[in-house]
Design a protein around this ligand. Structure first.
Ligand code: SF4
Length: 346
């Protein structure tokens, strides 16, 4: 995985200038109350065989971005390509081929499974849509059930006969049945008991290593992605605040928001810097995002007259161009400003 990134291959998935907005209606008559730009001008490259963690608070746009990358939601602006094919312009056989190669694992597997269909039928649904003969379908269903730690005999059961963790295994099996090259796992463990989470995380990690698919793992908690991901992208109010390798983001975060998320994680590793960055207040309404840096009302090191006026670009760190952050103070855009606190020593 990591070697693939180091060799700088061509991205499997590329997003450029992606914007996705939703109309918001309010009042007794459902009049338009404006639009929320859930994803606002995102550029992102995802490389073959890597695991990218997409992290941020609720409402930051991470799940919406995941669906736009898969073509499940249309982009209002910008482009998404998968292996050179424009995801949002593909039609006919090209679209069918894309659908097979790009799959999603949902947060709530129960709501994504038909309660009246057997698990076997639900898993075979994608294979049926792609014309796989019945005998091969059955063989594949049994194969993926075993792959996710269930038994072939489970194919005859219904969703209500499974525990939450088992249902998420079924959700993963259903996504993998069509042998995708690209998988978006949308908060796949956040609805599960803590005791089950690590089992599902380990399963996804093992499957990714064995099958070598490209994985975007969406989570609201940096701790969840730490042991799974090669790279991490941190989102805030529709944009990417920071992106880099796991080690860089966890050990040398450039954005104060990333520091705040890291502050919430208990530190067992004595070599890792401890951060004590506390967020101020709530995330602003995406209906009326702040001017300048969108993080400035909550940022403990914001500089008046700069951060509330100028929007920072997502710029590379001086010692690692692949590590980028959207912060005036940390990326040298304003070298005359105080670069801020260093991480607090343990
Ligand atoms: Fe904070 Fe300013 Fe950096 Fe935004 S640009 S994260 S407000 S210091």
């Amino acid at each position: 995985m990591t070697a693939a990134v180091a060799d700088a291959p061509t991205p499997l998935v590329s997003a450029r200038g992606v914007v996705k907005a939703f109309a918001v209606r309010g009042g007794a008559f459902g009049r338009s109350a404006g639009a929320v730009r859930a994803v606002d001008g995102v550029d992102l490259d995802i490389y073959p065989g890597e695991v990218l963690g997409l992290v941020g608070e609720s409402g930051c746009g991470k799940s919406t971005l995941g669906r736009v990358l898969l073509g499940l939601l249309p982009a209002d602006e910008g482009t998404v390509t998968f292996d050179g094919t424009d995801v949002h312009r593909a039609r006919g056989h090209r679209l069918r081929a894309l659908r097979r190669q790009m799959q999603i694992v949902f947060q709530d597997p129960f709501s994504s499974l038909d309660p009246r269909a057997t698990i076997g039928d639900s898993i075979a649904e994608g294979l049926r849509a792609h014309g796989t003969p019945a005998r091969q379908r059955q063989h594949k269903v049994h194969e993926v059930l075993e792959l996710v730690g269930l038994e072939p005999g489970h194919a005859q059961r219904y969703p209500h006969q499974f525990s939450g963790g088992q249902r998420q295994r079924v959700g993963i099996a259903r996504a993998l049945a069509v042998e995708p090259r690209f998988l978006v796992a949308d908060e796949p463990v956040s609805a599960l008991d803590v005791s089950i989470r690590s089992q599902i995380l380990n399963l996804l990690s093992d499957l990714q290593a064995r099958l070598d698919f490209t994985l975007v793992f969406v989570a609201h908690d940096l701790a969840v992605v730490e042991h799974l991901c090669d790279r991490v992208a941190v989102m805030y109010l529709g944009g990417i605040a920071e992106i880099g390798t796991r080690d860089r983001v966890f050990r040398r975060p450039q954005h104060p928001y990333t520091e705040a998320l890291l502050s919430a994680i208990p530190v067992a590793d004595p070599e890792r810097p401890r951060h004590r960055t506390r967020l101020k207040g709530e995330m602003p309404s995406p209906l009326d995002p702040p001017a300048g840096c969108r993080f400035h009302p909550r940022c403990p090191i914001a500089v008046a007259g700069v951060c509330d006026v100028e929007t920072p670009g997502l710029l590379p760190a001086a010692d690692d161009p692949s590590h980028r952050a959207a912060c005036h103070l940390r990326t040298g855009e304003h070298q005359d400003l105080d670069p801020g606190r260093e991480p607090v020593a343990p």
